[in-house]
Design a protein around this ligand. Structure first.
Ligand code: GLU
Length: 479
């Protein structure tokens, strides 16, 4: 059997971390089995679906490296297929028009509530006579179409992650609506609804495995009934665990992140994030934790996906991100840092300053966990002047510090070489009869306003290339 899987996002928001993780598992499963990964945009909710969300979903999947083999297919372009299926279900007696008004449904629910019963449709219009129908039509009522769900029916499937899952028909809320009321006079029914559209698409697209979040389990039970009614083969199902926050609740807006864009803006890079998402619920058979998507694909199986919710671990994501960042060359890292520097308002010329920017990148690279750290780490190289920390200010009052700085100003020149910088430090140590440590610390405070930071000689040389070392030292002395 050839494997065909799909990711079926609804474009009612930006690409969500949960959807992206489901996409990762589908992609890995497809690649492992040399199958096909399909993108289907479920845009039938016309009020909430927006083209910019579709764009965001497509660019988010591509950014993560989750390229699709077929699609994107749009449900709004496939409405005729759903209409045909609804007609078939009506013709075969699996579905029927229901003329209940919203007031009637509301009263039904209130009575159920008063009797401590779960809300459900009581299937009251299942067997309407043609007289009943004529009467409702004459009253101007417009029907929805409901699909019959027998209370006694037991729906059982072998979930590839959760094992045997079984649902009782009576727990599915009564006969389900598969089409809204008609929009135009003369139409038998209106807009097809989610469960019906998904099943029609999965049949048409020959989907072999439906891999999706566990919040869809109840839908799966209903959908299996639809497959059977439509005489189609039921695919395999695998329901992936939810992503939880540190309190064990579903990761949500309140945790500060939901969309893949949020993670990108926070300075995570795609290979690290996608690696982390792979680990959200799956463990590699060799317990390896750092791998590319294609490496993971060779080892991926649904058997190794956990049933339990996957806790989102920020420390682990940070750790992975730093591992990936530290492996990059300056040439690879610089273009990733540039947008963050530009956003911070740092002034530089991409062409003229290219070598200087590369050196700066090399200098700060070991201190980066997220790309956003590059803003703080590079700040002193773009700042107008030196702003002293409190400990640096105190240090400056120590005996000999300002003398050292004056001596550096006298000795320095433009286009300083690393050996010359070291010689100047040695010479001042000798001339002023002070310890080398004092010279180094004074120089660091003079140039950066801080007592700690990246390699001092490199820092000095970078500032020297921009001819801002002397003015910085002077302004520190005059502070
Ligand atoms: N459109 C659904 C969602 O975004 C997915 C449906 C499915 O995967 O079957 O949750």
């Amino acid at each position: 059997m050839s494997v065909r899987v799909r990711i079926a996002p609804s474009p009612t928001g930006n690409l969500h971390i949960g959807t992206a993780r489901t996409a990762v598992f589908n992609w890995l499963f497809a690649r492992h089995h040399e199958g096909t990964f399909i993108l289907r945009v479920e845009d039938t909710d016309l009020e909430r679906s927006k083209p910019e969300y579709t764009d965001n979903i497509k660019s988010g999947l591509s950014w993560l490296g989750l390229y699709w083999d077929e699609g994107p297919f749009f449900q709004t372009e496939r409405l005729d297929f759903y209409r045909q299926a609804i007609q078939t279900l009506l013709d075969k007696g699996f579905a029927y028009p229901c003329y209940c008004t919203s007031e009637e449904l509301e009263t039904m629910r209130e009575i159920q509530k008063a009797n401590n019963q779960a809300p459900r449709y009581d299937n009251r219009h299942r067997n309407l006579s043609s007289e009943d129908i004529a009467k409702f039509e004459a009253q101007g009522r417009k029907p929805v179409i409901r699909f019959k769900i027998e209370d006694h029916e037991q729906i059982i499937w072998h979930d590839l992650i959760r094992g045997k899952v079984s649902w009782q028909g009576s727990d599915l809320g009564g006969d389900m609506v598969i089409a809204r009321t008609p929009e135009k006079d003369g139409d038998r029914f209106g807009q097809p609804l989610y469960n019906l559209a998904v099943v029609v698409d999965d049949i048409d697209m020959n989907i072999s495995h439906v891999i999706r979040g566990e919040d869809h389990i109840a839908n799966t039970a209903k959908q299996i009934l639809l497959y059977q009614a439509l005489g189609a083969k039921v695919p395999e199902f695998a329901h992936t665990p939810l992503i939880l926050n540190s309190e064990g609740k579903k990761l949500s807006k309140r945790d500060g992140v939901t969309s893949i864009d949020d993670f990108r803006k926070m300075g995570f890079i795609a290979p690290a994030l996608v690696n982390y998402m792979t680990l959200l619920g799956w463990t590699s058979p060799d317990t390896e934790e750092i791998f590319s998507l294609s490496e993971a694909a060779t080892k991926f199986s649904l058997e190794r996906v956990n049933k339990a919710g996957a806790k989102f671990d920020w420390d682990k994501l940070d750790w992975l991100n730093s591992q990936y960042l530290h492996k990059l060359s300056s040439e690879e890292l610089l273009p990733l840092l540039i947008p963050y520097w530009q956003e911070a308002g740092y002034q530089f010329n991409l062409e003229n300053d290219h070598d200087w920017l590369l050196q700066l990148t090399g200098l700060i690279a070991p201190s980066l966990t997220r790309l956003t750290d590059g803003v703080k780490e590079a700040q002193l190289f773009f700042a107008d002047g030196v702003s002293l920390t409190q400990e640096a200010e105190e240090f400056l009052t120590q005996e000999g510090v300002k003398e050292v700085l004056k001596a550096v100003i006298t000795a320095t020149k433009s286009d300083l070489a690393s050996s010359e910088a070291n010689d100047i430090i040695k010479q001042i140590t000798k001339d002023l009869k002070v310890k080398k440590g004092l010279v180094m610390r004074s120089l660091r405070v003079g140039l950066t306003g801080e007592l700690h930071g990246p390699d001092l000689i490199q820092t000095w040389l970078l500032l020297n290339r921009k001819a801002i070392d002397q003015t910085r030292l002077e302004s520190t002395i005059n502070n």
